[in-house]
Design a protein around this ligand. Structure first.
Ligand code: NG1
Ligand code: ZN
Length: 531
């Protein structure tokens, strides 16, 4: 009752935006920052319930809107192992976020019964935010909700999303056999730097890497990480976190992937290795200008194929290939050429899942080594308990085997297994290119992307677009799937699908085909059929 009163009192400071329905989507709640107070308050309440339900394990709350414009913000919950919030709880989050403020304590009470939370359990929450101006206000709201519900909490101030996931996992595994690292920012840098050094034994990074930080939190954090790194020359650009409007503006991973061009501010020379992060540093894409000054993108599909081929080679060299089931997880947005390359050249199994990292992550756990990336650059590699054991306990039969085993061991530390992490992924790519002795040109040469087009179509009601088969087909509206299939069959290597976006009020149409004009044409025709 005291807590209930405290919740009602704290909630009364805020006003709920009228007529707005909130939904915990693929990326948590995300919208214009001035609409978010009551949503963040609700998320604070839910974080405390989630922690109590899990016997006082630490739950993370991240305040960020990733690649969205500066005036947006968002909030999402992180589960104890650094994973996204369990799907079943998304509905509870939605319910609390939509509760009228004078009833929110009642809804909270109802949830306690519905979820069967033992309220005598302790609750622990750790939170962080990106560099958006609205972040400090929203963290204040979060603070109010956690204080009202008597939660033990830690404010980590500014962090990248993956850093927060890392800390959550560390805090919950501390002192167990699954210990993941020191639960601090410094611990994160030390872990990455030490493992990078080990992976790099005997090889050298050629040239430098220019990293566009989207003018977000990744900038200062990459600069910090660089203090710990040796043997790599990183040039940091777009790291202005003072001018609030600069965030994700004309730069960053989303800009580069969507516009298929380098940030206009880029001063990179021909064949220079460039990479872009997004606003909270969980997405990464690479690119360069080739000899004909043509922009060349190396997206998430490329990072996946590079990582899968390297780990496959290491496993063979270490003599443990038969003991590890290595696989790749993609979504329908993966370029068909990458899928072909994985199947025919790398000869690895592929799982195709729904869009959204949580789906990919879960599928990846079905492999001993699960490589998953969305085409837009969000992803990582997971290692099963069996994989970790095999890598650790195998007796090397030769110096070459020993070197391969040690490299694999270091990779398991270099890769942020909790969640896709642009900083960790960049070090992974740098290490692999160094081992292979490749410039981005050789990397690009592994296969040729099919020209593709992504179109956003605004429709009256996107909820009528119901997909199946990992979102590659539509069962509703009736007849549309047939139309799409007959259209794509007219194009050489044509493939197209439409699905309702989980983050925007629109339908996305994807099309690829053997030539640029065919891909564009197919996309236009399918978009017309959709609208
Ligand atoms: P939606 O809006 O559901 O297509 C987008 C991205 C996803 C993922 C989520 C979450 C595309 C086509 N879709 O989802 O890959 O990153 O945002 O941020 O890039
Ligand atoms: Zn992001």
């Amino acid at each position: 009752p005291a807590v209930k009163k405290a919740i009602t009192e704290a909630a009364s400071q805020y006003t709920k935006p009228e007529g707005k329905v909130f939904e915990y989507g693929t990326a948590g709640f995300r919208m214009k920052a001035d609409l978010l107070n009551t949503v963040v308050f609700a998320v604070g309440l839910l974080a405390s319930l989630r922690s109590k339900k899990l016997s006082g394990q630490w739950i993370g709350v991240m305040v960020t809107a990733s690649h969205n414009p500066a005036e947006d913000n968002g909030v999402k919950l992180v589960d104890p192992m650094g994973e996204m919030l369990e799907a079943e709880w998304e509905a509870y989050a939605t319910k609390l976020a939509n509760a009228p403020l004078d009833k929110i304590a009642d809804v909270y009470d109802e949830l306690i019964k519905e979820i069967d939370v033992k309220m005598t359990n302790p609750a622990r929450v750790v939170f962080a935010r990106d560099t958006r101006a609205s972040g400090s206000r929203l963290v204040g709201v979060l603070n109010a909700a956690l204080t009202a519900t008597e939660v033990e909490f830690v404010d980590l101030k500014y962090m990248t999303t993956p850093q927060l996931h890392y800390v959550v996992r560390c805090k919950n595994t501390l002192g167990t056999q699954y210990e993941y690292g020191e639960p601090t920012e410094q611990g994160y840098y030390e872990k990455l730097a030490n493992s990078f050094k080990k992976v790099m034994r005997g090889v050298k990074v050629q040239g430098s890497l220019t990293v566009d930080c989207a003018n977000g939190v990744g900038g200062p954090k990459l600069r910090e990480l660089m203090k710990y790194l040796t043997g790599i020359d990183i040039k940091v650009v777009n790291d202005d976190v003072i001018n609030p409007d600069a965030l994700n503006f004309d730069c960053g991973a989303d800009y580069v992937k969507t516009k298929q061009r380098a940030p206009p501010s880029s001063k990179a020379a021909m064949l220079d290795r460039c990479a872009s992060l997004d606003g909270d540093a969980d997405r990464l894409v690479y690119y360069f200008q080739d000899e004909s000054n043509v922009f060349r993108l190396l997206d998430g599909d490329r990072i996946a194929t590079l990582a899968a081929s390297f780990i496959g080679d290491l496993a063979r060299n270490a003599g443990i290939a038969s003991k590890l089931k290595i696989g790749v997880v993609q979504t329908a947005y993966a370029n068909g050429a990458s899928t072909d390359y994985i199947e025919k050249v790398l000869k690895l199994p592929i799982i195709c899942t729904n869009t959204g990292v949580k789906h990919l992550h879960h599928a990846a756990l079905r492999f001993d080594v699960g490589v998953y990336f969305e085409a837009n650059g969000h992803g990582t590699v997971t290692f099963s308990e069996n994989a970790l054991k095999v890598i650790k306990n195998t007796e090397p039969q030769s110096p070459a085997q020993q070197h391969a085993l040690e490299s694999l061991q270091a990779l398991t530390d270099l890769i942020n297994q909790a969640v896709g992490d642009a900083l960790s992924d960049a070090l992974l790519v740098e290490a692999i290119l160094a081992h292979k002795g490749w410039s981005p040109k050789e990397w690009l040469g592994t296969y040729t992307d099919l020209p593709s087009r992504l179109v956003r179509v605004v429709v009256n009601d996107r909820s009528i677009f119901k997909a199946y088969d990992a979102e590659r087909k539509l069962e509703s509206p009736p007849g549309l799937q047939g139309t799409i299939e007959s259209l794509q069959s007219r194009y050489n290597k044509g493939r197209s699908f439409a699905r309702a976006s989980g983050t925007e009020d629109a339908v996305r149409v994807y099309a690829e085909a053997a030539s640029r004009s065919e891909a564009d044409d197919l996309a236009t025709r399918v978009a017309n059929a959709v609208s």
